[in-house]
Each structure stands twice: as C-alpha cells, then as structure tokens.
Design a protein around this ligand. Structure first.
Ligand code: UN1
Length: 493
C-alpha cells in the first residue's frame, strides 16, 4: 500500500495503496480504515485490503525478480539500503508522529523507532563489506574448501503491530542485502508505517518485484504462508500464530523463523541500586504501553527490600502521565485496539479474582475527547503465589505481576519459572550474582542493570523455549536464516 498524501490544508485520512511488482495499486479486497487508538473516531489512513489475487500477484512478482536480484552484486544491493536509510532518517519526525497516531506509543518513542529503522538499514548495508564465507584446508593436495552463502529465494515477511517500522526493517533489510526477494504482510493495524518503509526502499531504487507489500487480513496471510512460491517465512507475533506458521512451513519443508511471546522477569536483589532499578523496571513494564514481547511483565524482588521497592514502583506507575501519545509530556498512550484493551482489562480482573492484590490505585482513565480511546491503566499486582494465570501468560499490556523471594537463588528460580525464554533483567551490584543469573536464566536476551526491552542492530536477538523458533534475528545471526551455505570443493585442475 502506498500513502497518497492529502493536499495541503485538506484534512482526513491518508489513502493507502499496495506495492506489487514495482507499482502502487489499490487492493481488490474490502475497504478498511486505520484508526487512531487514542481517538478511534479519527482515521489515520484508509484504503482497500489486498485480495487473495493481489497476494498471489505479489508472490509471482517476487519470483520473477529473484534471479536478477540474487545476481546483483552485494554492494549494489547494499547501496539501495543506504539510500533508503537516508530517506527514513530524513522523515523521522514526521513518520514518528504518524507511528504514534497509528500505533499508540508516544511520539518520542515513535521518532526513536523510525531512527532505529534507519540504523538497521545501514547496519545491514554493511554486510556487503563483511566476510562472506569461510575457507577450510583440504586433506587433498591442490584443493581448498570454501563455504559460500546463497539467498534462500522468496521470503514472506509477517510483522506485528507493536514495532511498525523497526521489526520490518530488521527482517526486510537482511533479506534484501543477502539477495532474497520479499513479500511483506504487515499487521493490518499499522499499514501507514509499512507504506512509509516500503516507499523509502522503492524510492531508493529497488527493482520492481524485489519488495512487495500487501496489507490484508489473517486469511490472506495464511494463504501466503501456504503458497508454493514462498521459499521461507519470517514471523514475529503471538506464540499461537507462530506455531501454526511453523507447522505449515514444516509440512511444506521450508525454513521458518518465528519470534513469539515473552513473560519477561526483572529480578531486583537487595544489594541493587534501587533507584536505578525502579527507573528501569518502570520503563520495561510501561513504555510502549507494555506492548513489547520484551516488556517486563514479571518482577521478583528480594524480600529485604520488597516493601520499599514495590511501594516505589506502584507510586511511579500511578504518577505516569497517560494520554494522547502525540502530546508532549505524555508517558503512556493507549493500547492498539479495543480488543487489546478488553483483553488486558479481563486479564487484570481474572488475576484479582485469583488473589492478586492491586498495588496501584489509578481509577480514572483519560476522559474528554480521549474517552473513547483504547486506554488501560498502568497496573502493579502483587501475588502471594505463582498460581494466578497472570504469572504465566502473556497479557501484552501495561501490567506488572510482582512476587517476593527470600534470597537470590529463590529469586532466580522464580524468574526461570516460565515456559517462555525471551528476555530477563537482573538488578544487583554483586558481580557473582550477575554471573549466577547468566548461568541460571534460559533466555535469549539478558540485561544486567537495565530493563528487559531493547535490541541493538549488530547483535543477535531472539528467545529460548516457547519464545523463539528457528535462527536468531539481527546482527550477523540474521545470515543463518536469510542464506544457506554451499560447500565448494575447489581444485585448480
Ligand atoms: C525491543 O525490545 O526493542 O515484538 C524489540 C517485540 C520484539 C521486539 C522487541 N520482537 O516486541
């Protein structure tokens, strides 16, 4: 989809189009509007969804473009990413505000995310300058053994709503630089930022068909996953959908990378810098309205400091400014949709029924012209046991479940008590305790004295246990998914 700008002075939603075979076009599916979750009566953008035929046309275009793109030198592919990075960077303020209006995170977070996407594009462009394989000695005279890399082909990229430009960038940029062509299906709640990224790549000079964008519902997404023209699927989203995608990819014998849920714990030990820990736990739990798979949704506090620390976290959560994410000073916006707000409300109600004690006291959500917005209050719930469902299941909202632990070993055991294994944070000034955490916590990302969320472009990202399936993302790890190796036994004669 492309965003056709309204002329100056004109108000109303931006008109969206899809990108297929290098051309922007309307979808043949149903009409839909992309609403502002803080003010749902206002639409941010509108268009028609891609139909099944549009999606099939996108796969066909990606297939046709594949030989030409995989045969293009790495440095030429990288140059497109460098030009796209400059376009994204230049638009960061405007697109960041659009992101906030479309998704609900605050404007500074939105602008930061757009800049992060530019950084990711630049990092991936650098792949052209990094080593491109391995050389081994041969047991035979006159021979070397090379391990070279090839693209996997046509990659289906399925992205979630919560990072509308950063996650797509960290899937699409490595796919492209390593010579794959792409069909991208973003979450249908955030088509505008998808259009922005696709237009930057298109305007930077991608040949037709190398990147195709189709905005559609889950049914068309499912059809794409099963399409025989798709050679690999990379997905970020819920564990249930990720597993279904992984199962259908396994049945077709195509590689899949699925980044899924999390139930990430922060452990605060008695020797921690409590002020730093409070600041970081708060950011981890409530930034982006808790809608990150890396968000801090569990807190384990060592008993000796628990009274003081939990009271402080609750006080700070109650003091958070909740409102329109476009307004300066607002610290937390709405959830992405009415369904998300209902699910979070229901999760909190169920937890309280199961014995959780609310430590936050906020009763009123933004009113006035924000009364219809999809807001949920930041909530800190203390548990006397780990029985409540909220300790185990991801809620994807601004809710922090807290338990107390008698000592560091018990605290780590409680943090490790999860089917998920994405991220964890440990707050301590004791190096030995930090090293114990490294040894004990089976997670893909571990933070010592910083919050659970965050992922730099040059290092691996992804989860253990139910959080991740397939190779890690970002950094050099992304090659493991977007290429496969050919071992070349090379003799001169
Ligand atoms: C971050 O913590 O900055 O969907 C990135 C998610 C993760 C990305 C988190 N895949 O929230």
């Amino acid at each position: 989809m492309r965003a056709v700008e309204t002329s100056p002075g004109e108000t109303g939603p931006v008109r969206l189009q899809h990108l297929v075979d290098g051309r922007w076009r309307d979808g043949a599916g149903a009409a839909y509007t992309d609403v502002n979750p803080a003010r749902p009566s206002r639409s941010v953008a509108a268009g028609t969804e891609a139909s099944a035929e549009d999606a099939v046309a996108a796969v066909a275009a990606a297939r046709r473009a594949a030989p030409g793109w995989s045969g293009t030198p790495y440095h030429e592919r990288a140059a497109v990413l460098v030009r796209a990075a400059a376009l994204v960077e230049a638009a960061a303020e405007r697109w960041g505000a659009e992101l906030a209006a479309e998704e609900g995170k605050t404007r500074p977070e939105g602008v930061g995310e757009v800049r992060r996407a530019a950084e990711i594009l630049r990092y991936c462009a650098g792949e052209a300058d990094r080593e491109a394989g391995e050389v081994y000695a041969s047991p035979r005279r006159g021979e070397r053994i090379l391990v070279t890399r090839r693209p996997v082909g046509v990659v289906l990229v399925v992205t979630p709503f919560n990072f509308p430009i950063a996650i797509p960038a960290w899937k699409i940029a490595p796919a492209l630089v390593h010579g794959n062509t792409v069909v991208w299906k973003p979450a249908s709640t955030v088509p505008l930022l998808a259009v922005r990224l696709a237009s930057a790549l298109h305007d930077a000079g991608l040949p037709p068909g190398v990147l195709n964008l189709v905005v559609a519902g889950g049914r068309t997404g499912g059809a794409l996953v099963h399409h025989p023209g798709v050679d690999a699927v990379t997905f970020t989203g819920s564990t249930a959908v990720g597993r279904a995608i992984a199962a259908s990819c396994a049945a077709r014998g195509v590689p899949v990378q699925a980044e899924m849920g999390g139930k990430n714990a922060a452990v605060v030990l008695a020797d921690a810098d409590l002020d730093l820990a409070a600041e970081q736990v708060l950011l981890g739990a409530f930034r982006s309205t808790g809608q990150k798979c890396t968000a801090t949704s569990r807190l384990v506090v060592e008993r000796a400091v628990a009274d003081e620390f939990v009271a402080e976290i609750a006080r700070r959560a109650d003091a958070l400014v909740v409102g329109d994410p476009l307004v300066d000073g607002v610290q937390m916006g709405p959830l992405v949709s009415a369904a998300a707000a209902e699910a979070v409300g229901a999760g909190v109600t169920a937890a309280v029924r199961q014995g959780a004690r609310p430590r936050t006291t906020r009763e009123h959500l933004p009113g006035g012209d924000l009364a219809e917005g999809f807001f949920a209050p930041p909530a800190v719930l203390e548990l006397d046991s780990t029985d409540p469902v909220i300790w185990r299941e991801e809620l994807f909202g601004p809710v922090l479940a807290v338990v107390r632990a008698a000592d560091p070993a018990t605290a780590f055991a409680l943090a490790a008590d999860s089917a998920y294994g994405l991220a964890a944070a440990v707050f301590t000034t004791d190096l030995g305790a930090a090293l114990d955490a490294v040894d004990t916590l089976d997670v893909g990302v571990l933070h010592v004295n910083s919050e659970t969320a965050g992922a730099d472009p040059h290092v691996p990202f992804g989860g253990a246990k139910h959080s991740g399936y397939g190779p890690k993302e970002q950094g050099r790890a992304s090659r493991e998914f977007f290429t496969h190796t050919t071992t070349v036994y090379l003799r001169g004669r």
